[in-house]
Design a protein around this ligand. Structure first.
Ligand SMILES: NC(=O)C1=CN([C@@H]2O[C@H](COP(=O)(O)OP(=O)(O)OC[C@H]3O[C@@H](n4cnc5c(N)ncnc54)[C@H](OP(=O)(O)O)[C@@H]3O)[C@@H](O)[C@H]2O)C=CC1
Ligand SMILES: CC(=O)N[C@@H](CCC(=O)OP(=O)(O)O)C(=O)O
Length: 346
């Protein structure tokens, strides 16, 4: 049994980590980290944990935490993990960072898009981008994982096989994505108030969203050449879920069967990526609460384009579930331990 500590356990992503780790046979939570609720019972922050979690919240002392646990999750705002981490910590515990601090290999790109100075650039090269289905072998050996962003996970998994196989032109990719409001975290923001979100749908971060360079970097690795995309996220009135609809021009004539065979070759053996049957479009409801990503595609010979689609739960495969999947790989546990929950419906 390993011990896990969560810095940011009181946020939405941290709360989801708690929910998943409580059902994990090989890990126990030894540290419920918080900034605002130190010394208060965790279950007073999240009443769903009443009589399930007795522990009180602790501070964000990562050095102390590293002495007490085997793995540290940082589910905290951008910049915090980089400002706390050091070699001493990494030599004692493995770190899985749910923020973007170590996702982008080019420091200047990170600093520009996040408007932050990177406080631990010496670990950027070492960090492994924790997209499990793509980087599994590197993850197993890693000390520091950059857990991928929610939109980048769904977008990359939806598009990756066709780019890698040279079926599409990477520089024609357009990603239209939608997210539930839990994607924005638990802190109060006017744009996320009930009256602003309910019965509404709105684009945000148009042509400027910070996930753009992360997606471009990952798609660039698949394509083997630099990629520039259009990425437009939308906020929709639901709690959880991300839906990606991506468009790209085909580089050659292909049949449904050929493209389906490509997706099956990449994901046929993956438990958490489900390639849906012909003409079935992914829906957020079919993956809610689970670590699944549902993907599918449709060829449009009229425009010579392919439409690639993906749906997943932003808090599970988009954050905490993928973080647990990474932990499982790093510690040699069954990859699906703690992640076998079936999607809830309705
Ligand atoms: N929500 C999502 O769907 C996804 C989130 N992520 C990433 O996960 C991280 C957390 O996001 P999310 O859970 O949504 O955010 P929340 O705003 O819901 O939670 C933030 C957490 O960080 C803690 N925190 C804030 N500042 C500090 C600090 N200075 N020191 C210690 N703890 C601090 C908060 O503590 P307290 O509450 O006690 O103040 C809280 O527990 C972010 O980097 C986000 O980008 C990644 C993928 C998806
Ligand atoms: C709906 C919403 O606001 N979503 C967040 C993205 C989710 C997130 O937390 O960002 P990371 O995946 O980079 O950690 C946003 O657009 O900023």
């Amino acid at each position: 049994m390993i011990k896990a500590g969560i810095i940011g356990a009181t946020g939405y992503a941290g709360g989801e980590l708690v929910r998943l780790l409580l059902n994990h046979k090989e890990a126990e939570i030894a540290w419920y980290g918080s900034r605002s609720y130190v010394d208060q019972r965790y279950s007073s922050v999240y009443q769903n944990m009443f009589q399930i979690v007795d522990a009180k919240c602790l501070d964000d002392n990562m050095e102390q935490l590293a002495k007490e646990v085997d793995v540290i999750f940082t589910a905290t705002p951008q910049g915090l993990c980089a400002s706390l981490i050091n070699e001493g910590i990494l030599s004692q515990a493995k770190v899985i960072d749910l923020s973007a601090d170590f996702r982008i290999k080019d420091r200047k790109t990170y600093e520009q898009w996040y408007n932050l100075e990177h406080k631990a650039p010496q670990f950027i090269e070492e960090a492994v981008y924790g997209l499990c289905e793509i980087n599994r072998e590197d993850i197993k050996k890693a000390r520091l994982i950059a857990n991928p962003g929610c939109y980048p996970t769904c977008s990359t998994l939806s598009i990756y096989p066709l780019l890698k196989e040279g079926i599409i032109d990477g520089n024609t990719v357009i990603i239209d994505a939608k997210s539930g409001t839990s994607g924005a975290g638990r802190s109060a923001k006017v744009a996320n108030l009930y009256c602003e979100v309910n019965e509404n749908i709105k684009a945000y971060g148009v042509a400027t969203h910070r996930h753009t360079p992360e997606i471009e970097e990952q798609l660039g690795y698949a394509a083997g050449y630099p990629i520039h995309i259009n990425f437009t996220p939308h906020l929709v009135p639901m709690n959880r879920g991300i839906l990606v609809t991506a468009y790209a021009s085909l580089k050659k004539e292909v049949t449904y069967e050929e493209v389906k065979a490509i997706y099956d070759a990449y994901y046929g053996k993956e438990q958490f990526v489900r390639v849906l049957d012909k003409d079935v479009c992914p829906e957020t409801k079919w993956v809610e609460g689970s670590n699944y990503v549902d993907v599918n595609f449709k060829l449009d010979p009229r425009t010579n384009r392919v439409i690639m689609m993906g749906a997943m739960d932003n808090l599970v495969k988009g954050a905490a579930g993928q973080a647990v999947q990474n932990m499982n790989l790093m510690f040699g546990f069954a990859e699906n331990e703690g992640l076998q929950g079936v999607p809830m419906f309705p």
